[in-house]
Ligand binder design. Structure first.
Ligand code: IVH
Length: 675
């Protein structure tokens, strides 16, 4: 390729990838498949490796891979990062409104416009952009000087390395917001830590803070942080007149602005609003610990100014973290996929934040002892980060003397195998390789979304399959017969056929997903993907030495050793042979160059009714290979419904919503024609 066209291609790829990352991480509305994104990304990586002079610091490839630091450099803030005064009641909010009016020289009857944003419970960050390029990312620190965490913040894909060039973009500015971890991600990280016997993070905030204050940015990259922004400071005259306008500009520059928000006139109807938002917040995917009321007018903000490090124009209203008191009726030992035996408190059910809570993990024996929980105790519980119920205090003065300590069983409650604690670990594990609870756990993991994605194979079905001896290991899933499935509880003829088709479709998945699905200790989705990319096949991975494994970027010596030991296990080798024999094989869909079909790229398809040429999973895989998306339900976002004979409610809905409907024939002609 001529050097000029290489330059053009690099620029084009960078801008396309930026656009797709924005759609994916900020808007949550991707228009291409992950595979297609990966393909573009790899093409850019390869080009930049060949032409390092074309690799700019704001290239999408420059998010990870920096060498670990010894310490963070201090990062003085150009504008101080202020803190907020707090209000804990409606009266205190009304007092704030009165102070604002007094300080603005307004009559008590005057109405000030406020914007009400959620107060996100994460870690405050400040991004410095010069001419649209991210130069530095810092923590808040003491408000005057923070820590330079640029390398780590660059791994967060919701943080643009370059801002969109829009009217009003200041040439130099500091943008403030919150880096955080969603509730789902917190659950994912917590489970991983519990399985590995690491001490749990108390809540998503701590998890976010711990992830950002990592000297090794590859660890931050594995934690899937998010970021939302609410402030912009610049020496230049601001191009907005209100806080709402500021949020608008952030959004135009491709940052995710603080939202949803409300603009209200005065405090007259604020009690209804508080009640509404306190309910609404539970449906947000991340934790909020309150609201922030801000005077909407920037001019009024300027006139109000700041007092002792807090703006006079804003106040935080804290939600009550709901706590409850209950009795621990029992402490049971629960066995997970890795054989970890976890003590779980079974409690008298209590209503907390709208859901009934009756179980709380006590994590491990060290935690049980540290908290001093006994069976029969009265305890105070709270939801850690609003989601995971946690025993926070034992009410020791309420003891009757009847309470009993929990004793870790020496035999596995699921299979009777030996339970032991390995040296240097806090976790007890069932040592039996044939443990039923372990098997059920590993089948659930295998079938889960991020792994082999077997739709319809949930815990209840797995339990029956294991109990009836139909499945003794993962390969048995691929030997199931229609009749065996149809005879299970809550299964019919149709659902058995669907499940069989889903099992069949799962035979071909990208290598990274298969490696993750095996459930090797310490190997999460990120490490699995890196291993897959490095070794290219399961055979080569299984043969790799500890030294070779440790060469993979995200793999440390401990992980390398665990992986090596896993593949040394005779039983594992036999299982891998069996998997190959039943036809489980890594698909090349994600690594092979994809044939793009303009007709399909970025479009969402729903298949319904009987198809002749393909099964439904095959047609869905085909669409993905061609650069589109497949979905199982029809919505406003569906571009095409491909309907075969027998199509019912989906076809009806498509017609109602005005979604284009194709016959199988038309669909085939369109993709074959390459139109
Ligand atoms: S405004 C001058 N808005 O809360 C304005 N802060 O206790 C200062 N926070 O350090 C901040 N969500 O880290 C603002 N929507 C929001 C916020 C928010 C979370 C954090 C921020 C700040 C702390 C103040």
């Amino acid at each position: 390729m001529a050097s000029e066209s290489e330059r053009e291609r690099v620029q084009q790829l960078q801008s396309e990838l930026r656009e797709h990352a924005y759609r994916y991480y900020v808007l949550d509305e991707p228009t291409i498949s992950d595979a297609e994104y990966d393909r573009l990304f790899r093409e850019l990586q390869e080009l930049e490796a060949r032409r390092p002079d074309l690799r700019t610091p704001d290239s999408p490839t420059q998010r990870v891979g920096a060498t670990p630091l010894d310490a963070f450099r201090p990062a003085p803030h150009r504008f101080p990062m202020l803190s907020l005064q707090n209000a804990f009641s409606l009266d205190e909010l009304r007092d704030f409104d009165e102070r604002v009016k007094r300080n603005l020289g307004l009559e008590p009857e005057a109405v000030v416009e406020y914007i009400v944003e959620y107060k996100i419970d994460g870690l405050g960050i400040s991004l410095t952009y010069t001419d649209g390029v991210l130069e530095r990312g810092a923590t808040r620190g003491d408000g005057q000087t923070g820590e330079d965490v640029t390398q780590n913040l660059k791994t967060i894909r919701a943080i643009p390395l370059r801002l969109a060039e829009v009217e009003g973009r200041p040439s130099a500015c500091e943008i403030r917001g919150e880096a955080f971890i969603t509730k789902d991600e917190f659950v994912r990280i917590s489970q991983g830590r519990e399985e590995r016997g690491e001490s749990p993070f108390a809540n998503p905030r701590n998890a976010a803070a711990g992830s950002i204050r990592q000297l090794d940015s590859s660890i931050t990259a594995q934690r899937r942080l998010q970021a939302i922004f609410y402030d912009l400071r610049t020496d230049e005259p601001p191009p907005f007149e209100t806080q709402a306008g500021l949020l608008e500009l952030l959004s135009e520059m491709r940052l995710r602005p603080s939202a949803p928000y409300r603009v209200v006139a005065g405090m007259a109807e604020v009690d209804a609003l508080l009640e509404h938002l306190d309910r609404e917040r539970h449906s947000l995917p991340y934790d909020v610990d309150g609201l922030v009321f801000k005077v909407n007018s920037i001019e009024q903000q300027r006139r109000l100014g700041t007092i002792s490090r807090s703006p006079r124009w804003a106040i935080a209203f804290k939600f009550q973290a709901e706590r409850g008191e209950t009795t621990v009726n029992d402490i049971i030992a629960s066995v997970g996929r890795t054989g970890a035996v976890t003590p779980v408190a079974i409690m008298e059910p209590v209503l907390l934040d709208g859901t009934t809570v009756s179980r709380a993990s006590l994590h491990n024996m060290d935690e049980v002892e540290r908290k001093g929980v006994r069976i029969g105790d009265r305890v105070v519980i709270q939801k850690a980060g609003d989601i995971i119920p946690e025993v926070i205090e034992v009410l020791a003065d309420r003891r009757t003397g009847e309470e009993r300590p929990f004793i870790m069983p020496t035999e596995c409650p699921a299979c009777g195998g030996e339970v032991a604690r390995e040296e240097g670990e806090v976790v007890y594990r069932c040592q039996s390789p044939t443990c039923r609870a372990k098997l059920e756990g590993s089948l659930e993991h295998w079938a889960s979304r991020g792994c082999m994605d077997i739709d319809g194979l949930g815990p209840a079905i797995i339990k029956q399959l294991v109990e009836q001896g139909l499945v003794r290991g993962i390969p048995d899933l691929y030997r199931l017969q229609h009749g065996q499935l149809a005879a299970l509880e809550r299964m019919g003829d149709k659902s058995a056929s669907n499940l069989l088709a889903a099992v069949e479709a799962s035979k071909r998945r990208p290598l990274g997903r298969i490696v993750y699905a095996l459930g090797i200790r310490h190997v999460g989705a990120t490490v699995a993907a890196a291993l897959a990319e490095h070794f290219g096949s399961l055979e080569r991975l299984a043969e790799a030495t500890t030294e070779e494994l440790a060469l993979v970027r995200v793999v440390g010596p401990v992980v390398a050793q665990t992986v090596r030991r896993y593949f040394d296990d005779e039983a594992v080798r036999a299982m891998l042979d069996e998997l190959r024999a039943v036809g489980v094989e890594a698909s090349t869909a994600e690594s092979a160059p994809v044939e793009r079909r303009p007709f399909v790229v970025g479009k969402t398809f729903v298949f319904t009714g009987a198809l002749e040429t393909w099964t439904r999973p095959e047609a869905e895989a085909l669409v993905q290979r061609l650069g589109g998306r497949a979905s199982s339900s029809v919505s406003g976002k569906t571009d095409y419904v491909v309907a075969g004979p027998g199509a019912g409610s989906k076809l009806e809905k498509a017609t109602r919503l005005g979604v284009k409907v194709l016959t199988e024939e038309e669909f085939r002609a369109a993709i074959e024609g390459g139109a």
